[in-house]
Ligand binder design. Sequence first.
Ligand SMILES: *Cc1c(COP(=O)(O)O)cnc(C)c1O
Length: 419
Amino acid sequence: MHDFEYRQGKLHCGEVPLEAIAREVGTPFYCYSLPTLHRHIQAFEEPLSGVDHQTCFAMKANSSLAILTYMARHGLGADVVSGGELYRALKSGVPGEKIVYSGVGKTTGEIEMAIAAGIMMFNIESEQELEVINECAGTLEKKAPISIRVNPDVDPMTHPYISTGMRENKFGIDVEASLAQYLKARDMENIEIVGIDCHIGSQLTDLSPFIDAVQRLKMLINRLKEHGIELKYLDLGGGLGITYSDEEPPHPRDYVRAVLDAVGPLGLKVIFEPGRVIVGNAGILVTSVLYRKQTGTKTFIVVDAGMSDLIRPSLYGAYHDIRPLEDKPEAREKVDVVGPICESGDFLAKNRDLPMLGRGDMIAVMSAGAYGFTMASNYNSRPKPPEVLVDGTRYYVVLKRQSYEDLVLGETVPKAILK
Ligand SMILES: *Cc1c(COP(=O)(O)O)cnc(C)c1O
């Protein structure tokens, strides 16, 4: 897969044997391929050449400064959902005018920070948020650029936890209610209406929900025109899926073409917010086998990475391919790959047919570049793993492993409780 291949029986990233990185940084660690990242950016941007557009990478998928800085250098903007992500985006050199701000729970502090940064637009998720942003902009004597995130009520046919564009989800404003909100926004002193937005879900493997969403947005855009509201931006969100096991998602080229076809000649700048499709298959998590454990009916392979490092299997029952760093053609067995965390839900793979693995062997958990490290936690007081970026023969530790001192940073014990 991509830049992660076996050479002389050893799994490499580019020209670098993963084993060599493990020797330097220990396990577990995240490893990203820069050439794969580059290829994914190109695959998305190439069909957009000549189209008035801005791709705003959804930072919640991967917010590494190194990766973001690389993206910024290649013209990408950022879709942020918190002040922390905004801070990272700016620090990575993403210009404010290439930043869109999404999310249902923006605080006034975050809103003021984004207005000061001169972002492209806020994607509004509720009536009250619109009012608060108007107030914040008033305080700063600025106009806040906004688009309304419309909930088009289409079923993205993905996991319910990552479906966002159905009526029952917390995201966006109902397509029927949106017109009234736009009319309200028009009369607000410190609001400038600049766009319309939708994001219907993640890991979509079919084009039709995207097309349905575009159709519904277009109807609304026409109604806005009738009311004299002209937009600059059409933000189509992210959500394009990737191959974890045997999914066959559309190629980004086909996705972009189909979506642009559906949009037609509207004269709006098109904004995309891809996350997973850019970074998902550009990263892996490498972990070592600690123990083999046999129970009455099962064999467990206990590894040194768990749900605190990669929570997708526990959270969504997500599938990640498992590959030994050393290609072993010998006998295979059915195992559960589990982590060290004290939770039964702490697993990386279940009922997997894998080569016999023993203490000290290392495995790669594939397709971990999106929603991997960004979802890592310190649960069980486990330091977060390092991140390594590989470019051909070279590799760079772009985040070092947390230390135990890092774990207690900022903590104090009040003297009063020692009496
Ligand atoms: C999560 C998210 C994205 C990115 O989704 P992917 O499936 O990773 O492409 C884009 N826009 C918004 C608003 C999101 O919440």
